[in-house]
Design a protein around this ligand. Structure first.
Ligand SMILES: Nc1ncnc2c1ncn2[C@@H]1O[C@H](COP(=O)(O)OP(=O)(O)OP(=O)(O)O)[C@@H](O)[C@H]1O
Ligand SMILES: [Mg+2]
Length: 308
C-alpha cells in the first residue's frame, strides 16, 4: 500500500517554543494511525499542519500525495477533520451545519440529504436535528462534529481526540464505525485514551515535547514494557511516604501514585520480596501485578504519566 500521509522532518515553532521537533513518519493507505502523547506534546499542532491550517517552520509533509504548503485546496477536498474543539456554527441548526459542510464540498441536495439522514441516525441525533448547537449537550455536539467530518465521505480522516466527552456507549459506536471505514480510507487519530489507541490503531507513535519517543503496534509497544514487572500496591496509610521510600530503591524503574494506590515497575533484577519488606505489615492492604499498558510504556520511557 502506498503512503497516504508522509511527514518528513517537520518542525513547528511558536516564537521560541518548538511544539514539533524534526518529526518524520508515514501512514500507509487503509490503516489507522494513532498519535499518543500528554497535554502539550504537539499533537494538535501536527494535525493543524497536516490539515493545512498551519504552515510548518521547516520540513515537508504530503497528504494524499499533495504537499501541505503548496496544494492546500487539493488536500482540503480529500480530508475530513474532527478538530479538538467543537467549532460548530451556533446560528445554524444541527442539520444546517451538515448541509453547509456538504455544500462547501459541492454536494447537491440529492446526494447530501440521504447521507445526512444516515449520519444523523448513526449518531443518534435525528430527533435533535432542528436544535441549535448551544442547546445540544457536549456529547451531542461532539457527535455532530464527527458526523460533519463524514458528510462528504472523505478518503482521509483527521480525528483530534474524537471521542473526548462521549459516554462509553457512544464511544464504542463511533469506534466500530471508524473501523468499518478502514478498508479504503486512512485515519489519523490523536488520543489520550489508551483503550481507543488499543482498539483502533494499526500503528501508534508516542510523542512527548514535540518528538517521537516510541513507535509500533500496540502489542509491540507493550512488549517494550514487558521486560519490567508492574505492581499496584494499596496501603492503609502513608502512601506518599512509601512512594518516597520506593523511589530510593535501586531496583525500581518507575513509580507513581494513582488514586491513592502506589504503582511501581520493578527492573528485571528487582525483587518483589525486597519491596514488600519496606512496608509495615500493618499498613499493607493489597498487592497485585498486572499486564503493562500503553500508559506504562509512556511512564517507563519518560518517568511521567500521560494524563497528569
Ligand atoms: N497558537 C499557539 N501559540 C503559541 N503556542 C502554542 C500555540 N498552540 C499551541 N502552542 C503550544 O505548543 C505546544 C503544543 O501544543 P499542542 O496544542 O499541539 O499540544 P497537544 O499535544 O495537542 O496537547 P493537548 O493534549 O492538550 O491537546 C504547547 O506547549 C502549547 O502551549
Ligand atoms: Mg491537542
Amino acid at each position: 500500500m502506498p503512503n497516504e500521509i508522509e511527514i518528513s522532518h517537520i518542525t513547528k515553532g511558536y516564537g521560541k517554543l518548538l511544539a514539533v521537533k524534526d518529526l518524520s513518519l508515514a501512514v500507509p493507505r487503509g490503516t489507522v494511525f494513532g498519535l499518543l502523547g500528554p497535554n502539550g506534546a504537539g499533537k494538535t499542532t501536527l494535525v493543524s499542519i497536516l490539515t493545512t491550517l498551519l504552515k510548518p517552520t521547516s520540513g515537508t509533509a504530503r497528504v494524499g500525495g499533495h504537499d501541505v504548503v503548496r496544494d492546500g485546496a487539493k488536500i482540503r477536498s480529500l480530508i475530513g477533520v474532527v478538530p479538538q474543539d467543537n467549532n460548530l456554527d451556533r446560528y445554524l441548526t444541527a442539520r444546517e451545519n451538515l448541509i453547509l459542510h456538504a455544500k462547501m464540498h459541492r454536494m447537491g441536495p440529492s446526494a447530501y440529504n440521504p447521507r445526512i439522514d444516515e449520519l444523523l441516525s448513526l449518531m443518534n441525533l435525528t430527533d435533535r436535528q432542528k436544535d441549535f448547537p448551544p442547546k445540544l449537550s457536549g456529547g451531542m455536539q461532539r457527535r455532530l462534529v464527527v458526523a460533519r467530518a463524514l458528510v462528504h465521505d472523505p478518503r482521509i480522516l483527521f480525528l483530534d481526540e474524537p471521542t473526548t466527552g462521549l459516554d462509553p456507549q457512544a464511544k464504542r459506536l463511533i469506534w466500530d464505525y471508524f473501523l468499518s471505514l478502514k478498508r479504503d480510507r486512512t485515519l489519523f487519530l490523536t488520543t489520550h485514551n489508551m483503550e481507543e489507541a488499543d482498539f483502533l490503531c494499526d500503528q501508534i507513535t508516542i510523542i512527548d515535547n514535540g518528538s517521537p519517543i516510541a513507535s509500533g503496534t500496540s502489542a509491540q509497544l507493550k512488549d517494550m514494557a514487558e521486560s519490567s514487572w508492574f505492581y499496584e500496591i494499596g496501603v492503609h496509610r502513608g502512601a506518599e511516604e512509601y512512594l518516597r521510600i520506593f523511589q530510593r530503591l535501586p531496583f525500581i524503574d518507575c513509580s507513581s501514585l494513582q488514586d491513592g494506590q502506589i504503582e511501581v515497575c520493578l527492573k528485571k533484577d528487582g525483587s518483589l520480596g525486597a519491596l514488600v519488606e519496606q512496608i509495615h505489615p500493618r499498613d499493607l492492604k493489597r498487592i497485585s501485578s498486572r499486564q503493562p499498558s500503553l500508559e506504562d510504556v509512556f511512564l517507563k520511557l519518560t518517568g511521567r504519566r500521560l494524563r497528569q
